[in-house]
Design a protein around this ligand. Structure first.
Ligand code: ATP
Ligand code: MN
Length: 480
């Protein structure tokens, strides 16, 4: 069997010596014509392979270049070098794939994140991205585990949708019609989508929520975890055009239950990563600390990554209403000294990311759950509160990221819902299937959407969302 190998992580974890083992991986460095540092992606730690001088062909040794793929068999022996307990004294070394040292982009030196983004096809082979994507995996696994253990059903909502009424963001069109000007047209010159593949105009989904609600009114507890798309021209460190979203939707839940679920969920998945990816998080913490040192003293964060994560897991999130938040912001010195780009004009204004970050980073210094927003700045499906002004919405704001969760109790009362849709010019005919849930056995329910990449950003401490998804999609970029 070709693949009879031991993972480098497992090999390094054990004290066992004096046995034969085979490892396979990619050369990180080759020193003194003798020591190979080999990595297989199971950990950032390399196994040191000793190619004893004189025992191997010069021609073979020449091919041991950074990036080459190697299979090595030998005896596991105690290591004299520091940093590792064992090493492999090679008896055979086979080059599975050569790597041209001159042109291999991942040289054994520090590369900028920009450079690595341009070489995203190779950046998995660096320590930083090794750690980021192992943590991303752990978080994805923890998400399924959390909901599965709670008895939630994992629902696959469609990626191509016809509804464009959700208002969550700009949509990408999906069409099979020719784009060379020969597409069938209506009398008024617009494209005739009746002739298109689905017989109507379709888009990539911006959210699985509406379909999620359909399932929640049968299974009671569901969640989605899938890709969503937004054609918004946001060139920020927190926006992607293609990102993954987790959207639980729960029958018989109100806004408070919803906030409790979100808080428990975030703590659970962070704890899972801390318990299972200690080495990777320690590496990323060190990386962040080094990065922080480049910044002026005043801009450095007080907390290290691990301290921050521990703090989030161990402490209650701060909960307050939108109205209270506006008061805090209005009264803040920051506002009085006119340091906000968007000044606090008063109740009813939408919060900008600078305001959200002020609340979490300067004022409360912890994650914040903001509740009960003005209905004018929120979606049509959010449940109207008795005050006639606000809806039962909640956003969770995280330090360094801003909004990480957006959720609400949903409007389950048919008359209130259709009235709000009319006010917001949302065509009821298009959402007949959504309205049917309110017609046949409607029930109180609530849910939220959490942007997976923002969570990964938060846990890994990576500053740019483009560095926590393997192949980021953003304006003017869809390489790889
Ligand atoms: P923002 O104000 O940050 O643009 P939003 O109000 O558009 O967020 P929602 O529509 O409530 O966000 O989406 C739910 C969650 O999805 C957000 O809380 C965030 O975590 C994530 N999210 C939204 N837009 C993006 C994006 N373009 N890229 C990555 N994640 C996103
Ligand atoms: Mn947005």
């Amino acid at each position: 069997m070709f693949n009879k190998r031991i993972r480098i992580k497992d090999l390094l974890a054990s004290d066992k010596v004096n046995y034969e083992a085979t490892v396979m991986g990619w050369v990180r460095t080759f020193r003194n014509n003798q020591f190979i540092a080999l990595n297989d992606g199971s950990t950032n730690n390399n196994i040191q392979i000793v190619a004893t001088l004189g025992e191997f062909d010069e021609a073979l040794l020449k091919r041991l270049t950074t990036g080459a793929c190697v299979k090595a068999t030998g005896e596991v022996i105690p290591s004299l070098g520091k940093g590792q307990k064992v090493e492999l004294k090679a008896t055979t070394i086979e080059i599975l794939g050569d790597s041209d040292a001159e042109t291999f982009p991942m040289q054994p030196k520090k590369h900028s994140l920009e450079f690595l983004r341009e070489n995203a096809h190779m950046r998995f082979r660096t320590n930083t991205f090794g750690s980021v994507f192992r943590v991303r995996h752990a978080l994805a696994f923890a998400i399924h585990k959390f909901f599965n253990d709670k008895g939630f059903l994992y629902l696959h909502t469609p990626i191509i949708t016809a509804s464009d009424a959700e208002g969550a963001g700009e949509m990408f069109k999906v069409t099979a019609l020719p784009l060379d000007g020969t597409a069938p047209k209506n009398d008024d010159g617009t494209i005739n989508f009746k002739e298109d593949f689905f017989g109507r105009s379709t888009n990539l989904t911006v959210s699985g929520q509406l379909e999620g609600e359909l399932a929640a009114t049968a299974f009671s507890d569901i969640y989605t975890f899938g890709p969503t798309f937004r054609a918004e021209n946001s060139n920020t460190t927190r926006h992607l055009a293609e990102f993954w979203m987790i959207e639980p939707e729960v029958a018989f839940n109100d806004l408070e239950d919803n906030a409790n679920l979100a808080e428990e969920f975030i703590k659970y998945v962070i704890k899972h990563a801390m318990d299972n990816n200690k080495e990777d998080l320690e590496f990323l913490a060190q990386r962040l600390e080094d990065e922080e040192k480049q910044k002026p003293q005043t801009e450095r964060s007080e907390f290290g990554l691990l301290e921050k994560l521990n703090f989030v897991v161990d402490n209650d999130f701060e909960r307050l209403t939108y109205t209270e938040a506006i008061e805090i912001l209005r009264e803040s010195n920051h506002n009085k000294k006119k340091k906000f780009q968007y000044p606090i004009t008063g109740w009813g204004m939408d919060l900008q990311s600078e305001h959200e970050r002020y609340l979490v980073e300067k004022h409360f210094k912890k994650p914040v759950i903001l509740m009960n927003y003005p209905k004018e700045i929120k979606a049509f499906y959010m449940r109207q509160n008795d005050d006639g002004k606000t809806v039962a919405a909640m956003d969770i704001l995280a330090p360094g990221i801003g909004e990480i969760v957006g959720g609400s109790q949903r409007e389950e009362r048919m008359d209130k819902l259709t009235q709000r849709m009319e006010e917001m010019h949302i065509p009821a005919e298009e959402l007949w299937w959504y309205l049917d849930t309110r017609k046949f056995g409607t029930c109180p329910h609530a849910g939220f959407g959490l942007g997976f990449e923002r969570l990964v950003q938060f846990v890994t401490g990576m500053g740019n969302i483009r560095d926590v998804i393997p192949f980021p999609r953003y304006p003017k970029s869809a390489e790889f």
